[in-house]
Design a protein around this ligand. Structure first.
Ligand code: SF4
Ligand code: FES
Length: 449
């Protein structure tokens, strides 16, 4: 930040040194870049009586946009001596991890039973999606199964990502970035026939934009018939396992990174988690798959696989850290099973793996002890939970297509199911199709004529 270091530089790099936290920032350091809120403004609000995140948001606007600054805001609250509530929301005084344990121990399978016995009121847009995620992580019910459907947020509700003009994007799964020529042709035909905008994602798959809600089942019928399944780009779940071509094609490859990526994506697809999960597998130390930027990163060595965990991109990028090295295939999968289930059980709502590790008592050493040395004696239980998930996996879109009750949800107007939403419009006049918002001109920033 172009400032004097807050202390002895050695303390910044020494494992034994004290980590400088948010408290060591100067008062005019910007903590929330979305809303231009400084540390001084946040500390001022705390001094005037703001004693939780909601009150700080209300007084300062910090954390009200992308939320990326909230971990720092929490640090400032904690360092000011305020006792932090672990309550999930006003309806549950438990944390997400505690609710997970309750659901597991009691076998409760509905939100109404959960809130009746362990919460108060009727729930909100914080606790309902959390409960939906926990219910999905602990059993293999379809996420639109009966009362669970009403708990889902917008994207999960329609098994697609809503875009700015109310249309949706469609992402079929391509395990390890692999796809047959026939499937690619079907994707192209679907895009042409439904007039969809096509864009490659950073996770080695194809995103189709601009589908109206009533078109989603028609689109997915063709994709499912071609052997594809939901990529769950809409879910807090496993997204992609990115891979390089590895030893099968690359002259430098020392292990089959594509084969491993495909196996891992097929194993963990559908796993609902506190936040999205991304993997990468590289066939040698040159790291073409950028695995160390992922929640789970695997890099091949002559002797096996090195496993890195808790890397994230996004607003606060973090490199993944080495959890274990020189692993054979079986041990690698065992450790990933344990790691993922431990994260799914203990993380906060919307907490990605990097901030989860930052907040974990004992940090990486503790995580390594739990995963590799089974220090808590829960290794077999975590593996059994993952085995149950793997055995129960079913494609969510195939589940919709075979159920008239679920299919009936995919309409713009429940009282006029054949009507299209007249407010959905596009502009096709430029180099690429763009959505048009009602009463506003099309936004075509940076487009070459
Ligand atoms: S990471 Fe290694 S094996 Fe994979 S493409 Fe790059 S050089 Fe080849
Ligand atoms: S809301 Fe604070 S950085 Fe985005």
């Amino acid at each position: 930040m172009g400032r004097e270091l807050p202390g002895d530089p050695a303390s910044l790099i020494s494992p034994a040194g004290e980590k400088p936290g948010a408290g060591s920032l100067p008062d005019d350091a910007e903590v929330c870049s979305c809303n231009g809120v400084t540390k001084g403004a946040i500390c001022g609000a705390i001094a005037e009586g703001a004693c939780d995140i909601a009150q700080i948001k209300g007084c300062t606007n910090a954390g009200t946009t992308c939320g990326g600054c909230l971990p720092t805001v929490k640090q400032l609250l904690a360092s000011s001596g305020v006792e932090m509530s672990k309550a999930l929301c006003e309806h549950f005084e438990q944390s997400r991890a505690e609710l997970f344990q309750i659901v597991q121990a009691t076998g409760i399978r509905t939100f109404s039973a959960l809130i009746e016995r362990h919460g108060t009121g009727r729930g909100c847009d914080i606790c309902k999606p959390v409960a939906a995620s926990i219910l999905a992580s602990t059993d293999s019910d379809h996420i639109l199964h009966r009362s669970q459907a009403g708990l889902q947020d917008t994207n999960d509700h329609f098994l697609a990502n809503i875009q700015k003009n109310g249309t949706y994007s469609v992402v079929p799964r391509m395990p390890g970035g692999e796809c047959t020529a026939e499937q690619l042709i079907v994707i192209g035909e679907v895009a042409r026939d439904f007039g969809l905008y096509v864009k490659m994602t950073g996770g080695q798959r194809v995103d189709l934009f601009g589908a109206r809600v009533e078109q989603l089942p028609l689109i997915w019928k063709r994709l499912v018939d071609a052997g594809m399944e939901s990529g769950q780009a809409y879910g807090k779940s496993l997204r992609t396992v990115k891979s390089c071509v590895g030893s099968t094609w690359c002259r430098y490859g020392v292990q089959d990174s594509v084969g491993m990526a495909v196996d891992l994506e097929n194993r963990y697809r559908g796993l609902r988690s506190p936040h999205k999960l991304k993997f990468g597998v590289s066939g040698c130390a040159r790291e073409c798959a950028e695995a160390r930027g992922k929640d789970v990163g695997i890099i091949a060595t002559e002797g096996g696989w090195n496993l890195y965990v808790c890397g994230n991109g996004g607003q606060s990028p973090k490199h993944a850290q080495l959890l274990a090295g020189g692993l054979d295939d079986e041990t690698l999968v065992k450790y990933i099973d344990r790691f993922l289930m431990f994260y799914v059980r203990t993380a906060d709502r919307l907490q990605r793996t990097a901030p989860w590790l930052d907040a974990l008592d004992g940090g990486l050493d503790h995580l390594r002890a739990v995963i590799c040395e089974d220090s808590l004696g829960i290794g077999e239980e975590l593996e059994a939970s993952m085995a149950k998930h793997v055995a129960g996996y079913k494609d969510e879109w195939a589940g919709v297509l075979e159920d008239p009750e679920k299919l009936a949800r995919f309409v713009s107007f429940v009282n006029a199911p054949d009507e299209e939403d007249p407010t959905v419009q596009f502009d096709d006049s430029g180099a690429r199709k763009v959505p048009v918002l009602m009463g506003m001109p099309a936004v075509r920033t940076g487009e070459a004529e």
